[in-house]
Design a protein around this ligand. Sequence first.
Ligand SMILES: [Zn+2]
Length: 126
Amino acid sequence: MTPRLKIILRLLNCALRRCCPKCAKGGLFRRFFTLHDHCPTCGYDLEPADGDTWFFMYFSSAGIVGISFLYMFFFPPDSTAEGWLTVVPIAGAVMILSLPIRKALAIAIDFHLDRGRAEFETEERE
Ligand SMILES: [Zn+2]
């Protein structure tokens, strides 16, 4: 297994389990939507700067909307009302229910990018 694939699998594993990307043990959420400030196990600051994960959250939400539009394009509903009454609530439910996993993935990616940046800065100083 290549190191890059190993990192991707670890990030996905953490996101699906909604656990800390640093220690892979502590849970990220106090309640369904309520994020801990720090990992309860290792103390890692989960969002050192507010809004670090907004880009991923915004585009993953836009991706869900895009998939909904593609679904309606390839499987057009019989009427506009049927489309509104089926696809919109399903897309909304997917968006809300997947929020913790998408947030966990955004935090895992942010952790990986910060760690990579820290290693790069350490190499530059040497
Ligand atoms: Zn942790």
